[in-house]
Write a protein that binds this ligand. Sequence first.
Ligand SMILES: *Cc1c(COP(=O)(O)O)cnc(C)c1O
Length: 390
Amino acid sequence: MSYDNFETLAIRTQIDRSENLEHSVPLYLTSSFVFEDAEDMRASFAEEKERNLYSRFTNPNTSEFVQKICQMEGAESGYAFATGMGAVFSTFAALLNSGDHIVSCRSVFGSTHSLFTKFLPKWNIETSYFKVEEADKVESLIRPETRCLYVETPTNPGVDLLDLEALSALAKKHDLIFIVDNCFATPYLQQPIKFGADLVIHSATKLIDGQGRVLGGVTVGREDLIREIYLFARNTGPALSPFNAWVLSKSLETLAVRVDRHCDNALEAARFLEEHPRVRQVKYPFLKSHPGYEIARKQMKKGGSVVAFEIEGGIEAGRRFLNAIQMCSLSANLGDTRTIVTHPASTTHSKLSEEDRLEVGITDGLVRVSVGLEAAEDIIADLKQALETV
Ligand SMILES: *Cc1c(COP(=O)(O)O)cnc(C)c1O
């Protein structure tokens, strides 16, 4: 049977059962696989048959994880990586040549930005940036040697939104590979391929695992591009481990119910913050006050798990707020069952100048909350008592 409903796909897409007829998919902790005879080995290495040879290439658990993500994203093919950054790096390294150029939104994950500014230039690959509010300037950044258009939406940590349909039209017009890091939305809330993306990347470490246990990443999309990425990855070794793939496949079975609750809690927290006198501005995609509200309604099912807000009183107030938090965790991760609070200006981005921070949308009072699965009432009570101290 084939299914269309997301929840069913997440649960019923699985690799074939072994002769033991296990109900839950077993863990294949094996680095290699055996061949029947010399001819089987020859044909397998010649890629005349589709089968597992060696777990750096494929493994039943990683294949199951990739198949599920492909079904959920509406993608032709994919490959799973040890981390989200493994997926981001391998995608660029496999597809780009020396002299190629990337156009990217400036608000991207910190390590992705370091890849663009510190490492890709070593291979003579340059990146030009546009700010979220200057999406109309993208076309002016495109050069004859531009190969890729790269974005995240919602962005980290500002929770800004970019219009996937408009950007993909631009990418098509200029024959660019349109790549979307869909980590904040998850395939449950947003499927960029529907809006014209060529490739979708996830850090599976975040909401896909959703319980703060394992690292993982995946790139899915157009078959011809994935083939290049696969050949690069099978020879350079960034593969996801079978154990992590097994954990992540299990996590996908509960993605829809978990993300639904994350979104409901986040919307409640956002509404509370919007009314609070010490809070200047709240950014949550499904609040009508969000500048990208119309875009959110078009391309997302719900608003996601992350709320950003601006606290009155700048850096010092942000620091006091973090110190007053009692239940929520101070941690760099996001998309966990546990609510996590960060204040980028005094922590993760404190080495940047104020001007550079503003470039990526980090104001002095910006607080990012990755809303977890505790009772909304308790999450809000903690935010409320901490706000009273600032
Ligand atoms: C965390 C994150 C990554 C990197 O993922 P890792 O699994 O930590 O390597 C990439 N993009 C976004 C948007 C992220 O939040």
